[in-house]
Design a protein around this ligand. Structure first.
Ligand code: B12
Ligand code: SF4
Ligand code: SF4
Length: 376
């Protein structure tokens, strides 16, 4: 927990200007809710006019890196395997705010937020001294790593503020190199339109652009590659607050056999409900299409060894393959080649979706089917 001033200078490092620039550069990946009123998001007083201080909390959902592909399975990012965090955090923030306004500072007022409100949570968490912003854009704590959910409350009282902690990334760049989608324009600057988390969760009504499908690999919900690569996450403790509900690897056959009702039953109270049934099916179809491929060759900015400021000069850099040793997102790649029967069953399931009523699902099925047929 930490406390920040509600009204830091507009030019504060990594503050509102960074957000506004990100929007101006069109790096928001088509997430319309983020750009509806960018000025509001860049000033918490537009959301809660009496804000004087922002109390930030970070909830660890730590645990070991889990993103290893298995033949025929789709990968779910760690946060997706746990009970949806919003409800649990909201409950705790509500209690904290009640305590604050009734007991700690009677007569005061406040408003709490977790994820969905127009508040720059990472920025305030950094100002509140909880951690620094890693090159992977994550709020990163020396003690807890970056597998953190953020939430907080704005209150109408001046509280003593904490100080930001130093950046401890140094010369490391493992997260940037690990990104399967080459989504980092430069350290800390993410092109959301390329990020697998955005493509697989937020863009739930749109097809994944063809040029980015291979980079998704067999991830069916979110992505952890830039966090799994981070050495600070090795020290992160397991967490017991958020109950585990799903495995990190799900057989694609199982996902593709669900109907809408079974989907609701299986994923109730998990973050996968956010993607919804059709998007999850689209993702599983995509993963099936990538399942027999050799490790996806991610596309990365060519100049990678110069100074950080020169390495990623424009978002539209040409691409070159990166040599990678982890085939995280590619089931069925050698050496673990499963039975031909399993491939055939998967192909049959995919084929069924080629006539699906949702054009996004049907098109994805045709793309994946063509790839599967080429490999059988
Ligand atoms: C939109 C969004 C996304 C988008 C865009 C992400 C992005 N990097 O911008 C997509 C869908 C891609 C996404 C993905 C993920 N997300 Co998200 N997302 C959000 C959301 C709703 C808004 C973020 C936003 O405003 N982005 C715009 C950019 C410009 O702002 P920003 O990332 O917050 O960056 C600020 C700082 O990094 C800083 N900064 C930038 N450059 C620099 C440079 C310097 C020198 C400094 C000091 C600071 C600095 O300035 C920015 C503006 O203040 C927040 C919740 C919230 N209300 O804040 C969750 C949130 C950021 N997401 C979260 C999570 C967990 C994820 C995923 C890990 C999920 C997953 N496993 O698949 C991935 C991680 C991808 C990544 N590496 O960032 C957590 C992050 C927790 C943490 N430890 O940081 C949040 C805070 C949700 C929560 N309440 O817990 N997400
Ligand atoms: S979440 Fe995955 S795709 Fe997105 S920036 Fe991190 S490594 Fe890249
Ligand atoms: S992998 Fe390295 S550069 Fe990336 S956030 Fe972690 S310490 Fe920083």
């Amino acid at each position: 927990m930490g406390v920040a001033a509600a009204a830091p200078p507009q030019a504060a490092e990594g503050g509102p200007e960074v957000f506004l620039d990100w929007v101006r550069q069109g790096l928001h990946g088509g997430l319309k809710h983020l750009i509806k009123d960018p000025a509001a998001r860049s000033d918490i007083r537009r959301w809660f006019p009496d804000s004087r201080s922002v109390v930030m909390l970070a909830f660890s959902y730590g645990g070991p890196a889990a993103e290893k592909g298995l033949p025929g399975s789709g990968i779910i990012a760690r946060f997706g395997t746990l009970e949806d965090y919003h409800g649990e955090i909201r409950k705790r923030l509500k209690r904290l705010l009640t305590w604050f306004t009734r007991e700690a500072s009677p007569g005061s007022a406040g408003r709490f937020f977790v994820d969905t409100s127009p508040v720059l949570e990472r920025f305030y968490a950094r100002l509140a001294g909880i951690g620094w912003i890693g090159k992977n854009a994550m709020l990163l704590s020396q003690r807890l790593g970056s597998r953190l959910f953020l939430g907080g409350m704005a209150v109408d009282r001046e509280l003593e503020h904490d100080r930001p902690v130093p950046d401890r990334c140094g010369t490391c760049r493992r997260c940037l190199d690990a990104c399967p989608a080459a989504a980092f324009v430069s350290p800390r600057l993410l092109d959301a339109g390329r990020c697998v988390a955005c493509l697989s969760i937020e863009r739930r009504f749109d097809p994944v652009p063809k040029g980015l499908r291979e980079s998704v690999g067999t991830r069916i919900f979110g992505c952890d590659a830039c966090q799994d690569a981070c050495p600070w996450n090795r020290f992160a403790a397991e967490n017991a607050v958020f109950k585990p509900r799903l495995p990190s690897l799900m057989p694609l056959e199982e996902v593709l056999s669900l109907d809408a009702e079974a989907f609701r039953e299986r994923f109730r109270r998990t973050p996968l409900m956010r993607a919804g049934f059709n998007a999850l099916i689209r993702n599983a179809l995509l993963a099936a299409g990538n399942s027999f491929s050799s490790p996806a060759v991610p596309c990365a900015p060519i100049a990678r060894n110069g100074a950080a400021g020169n390495s990623f000069s424009s978002p539209a850099v040409p691409c070159a393959p990166i040599a990678r040793n982890g085939a995280a997102g590619n089931s069925f790649s050698s050496p673990a080649v499963p039975e031909a029967g399993a491939r055939k069953r998967l192909l049959e399931l995919v084929e069924r979706f080629t006539l699906h009523e949702d054009p996004m699902v049907a098109e994805q099925a045709r793309w994946s089917l063509a790839r599967l047929k080429r490999r059988i």
